[in-house]
Design a protein around this ligand. Structure first.
Ligand SMILES: N[C@@H](CCC(=O)N[C@@H](CS)C(=O)NCC(=O)O)C(=O)O
Length: 213
């Protein structure tokens, strides 16, 4: 069975749970508490030298980190990852955008302003930049989605799941989506697709990292 190391409140981890649920793939969830440093133990660093979640353990013992690499691997052969080279490249285009322009601003603002106690004081000098660059990323999404139902023509793909994860909780990073009606309509379309689960969803099989030898 797949084993998935994650933190429940992380948008990067939610992307992967969302895909696993949507595909109906059974997996064991292992909670890693970043705030207690469980991702920096020698044992965890053996699994992922970056010391980060999400991390997927495959049957046979290989490990795959990086949320979008995990999405790309798991979605192969499904309608969520088109076969045509140009459409595959467009999926990657939006997943690179997500990692370069979107998550480092919208995800970071939510992490420090909502999830870390005292985070606002610790990162005072970053907040204006996160807001400016995060709103710029939302503007790119708004212009693209004004004429489309999903990021890549043809239907829902993993590019939508990657971008949905942090966008649907952007208000927790103090972003106001009122001026982005196409983004809001797209969020509703993604959430209405069959197999959608919310961020709180967990599989039946789950454990805490410290219980794993
Ligand atoms: N680009 C990576 C980012 C992973 C990442 O930043 N994970 C955070 C949680 S969302 C983490 O593990 N942070 C702990 C640390 O960096 O020490 C991905 O998309 O998976």
């Amino acid at each position: 069975m797949l084993r998935f190391y994650a933190m429940q409140s992380s948008g990067n981890c939610y992307k992967v749970r969302l895909l696993l649920a949507r595909l109906g793939l059974p997996f064991e969830l292992v909670d890693v508490d970043l705030l207690r440093g469980e991702n920096r133990t020698p044992d965890f660093l053996m699994k992922n030298p970056e010391g980060r979640v999400p991390l997927l353990e495959l049957p046979g013992g290989r490990y795959l980190p990086e949320s979008n690499a995990i999405l790309f691997y798991l979605a192969e052969g499904t309608s969520l990852l088109p076969e045509a080279p140009l459409e595959r490249a467009e999926v990657l285009r939006w997943m690179f955008f997500e990692q370069h322009s979107h998550e480092p601003n919208i995800g970071a603002a939510r992490f420090w302003l909502k999830l870390v106690r005292g985070g606002r004081e610790l990162r005072t000098h970053d907040i204006d930049r996160w807001l400016e660059e995060g709103y710029a990323a939302l503007g790119v999404m708004e212009r693209h989605l004004a004429r489309r139902r999903f990021f890549v023509d043809g239907g829902l793909t993993i590019a939508d799941l990657a971008l949905y994860a942090h966008t649907h909780v952007a208000q927790e990073g103090e972003f106001d989506l009122t001026g982005f009606p196409a983004v809001q309509a797209w969020l509703a379309r993604v959430a209405a697709a069959p197999g959608h689960v919310d961020m709180g969803w967990r599989p039946e099989a789950s454990s805490q990292l410290v219980n794993i030898a």
